[in-house]
Design a protein around this ligand. Sequence first.
Ligand code: NAD
Ligand code: DAU
Length: 336
Amino acid sequence: MSTLLVTGGAGFIGANFVRHALEHTDHDVIVLDKLTYAGNLASLEGLPADRFRFVRGDIADAAVVGELVAELAPATDAIVHFAAESHNDNSLEGPRAFLDTNVVGTFTLIEAARQRDLRFHHISTDEVYGDLELDDPAKFTELTAYRPSSPYSSTKAASDLLVAAWVRSFGLRATISGCSNNYGPYQHVEKFIPRQITNVLRGQRPKLYGTGRNVRDWIHVDDHNSAVLAILDHGRIGETYLIGANGERDNLDVVETILELLGQPRDAYDLVSDRPGHDLRYAIDATKLHAETGWTPRYTDFRDGLARTIEWYRANEAWWAPQKDATEARYAEIGR
Ligand code: NAD
Ligand code: DAU
């Protein structure tokens, strides 16, 4: 492949993917991004102009998408589809945008991709499987039944089903990956880890939903992105691959670690009201990904990855400060 069209490349994982791909492969990259509240051009500063181009536009706009895919060569190029409305709390307050982008946007892209016979990779999430009990020995696999809980995860599930149907009915050359919770640089301060880090950096207390006992399976964003590249290179068309790095931790443990790394008492947090429909636990079994692509994660020490992430937020206040007040004002409105 020579050119990757990366949707949502101004968001958290997309921007890290663009940086990773430019550094570790010889692909050129075109980003298509609408620059919603979650997109930030500052995340793409300093990239080489001879290999990288940014286009502002909506993935649900067939004209914009059509023009861009016309530039791609079916034999060598690919679409890597990250763009989404991605935050569960927002989906509870206003689900419409999630349908427009996650469902209609994905539909628009796969229609364009199949008409030009382009390789397509769809970025999805472990949340399509719902949640697990805390003591369940099982983890999610590619065979787990879909059981999404929130407007966000139900629209991601819908987009997965569209992609799978386009593979079967139209021969779309697509793969799907479902990753667990990512952390790392350039993540919007609405999300759990950056929200708590930036709260503490500002002298405010972290906010834990409910009891703090919900479990997430944390993976560093660079490990997610190296897995996506491995799937582009070695994944089988029509297959789904779950991406995870055995990083299960409950939210309380994560907050206590952030407080400790920032030199605060481990109990200096507030419990706030719970998220409606809050999924209890996610956990990924990535056996298929390892076996078929040879991928392995690099960031296996969560505490070390978290410490690096804290340092990034400490050093990059100019990146996150403009979003912080508006984000906290939105949380204040919903009591979280
Ligand atoms: P994000 O919210 O940080 O970024 C989303 C990006 O998409 C933004 O740049 C935004 O401007 C852009 N966008 C939104 N609507 C658009 C539209 N209609 N047209 C074009 N661009 C649009 O999201 P993220 O956390 O980086 O997640 C990226 C992808 O990874 C999503 O598909 C998400 O479902 C998936 N995912 C995220 C995680 C996680 O932990 N964050 C885990 C697994 C999977
Ligand atoms: O599992 C993958 C998913 O991970 C992705 O598909 C989503 O795009 C991504 O946002 C993330 O979803 P979560 O809902 O798990 O992430 P979030 O950062 O919103 O919350 C993580 C956990 O922390 C969750 O149990 C809710 C809790 N939480 C969140 C916030 C923002 C708190 O306790 N306090 C908070 O302030």
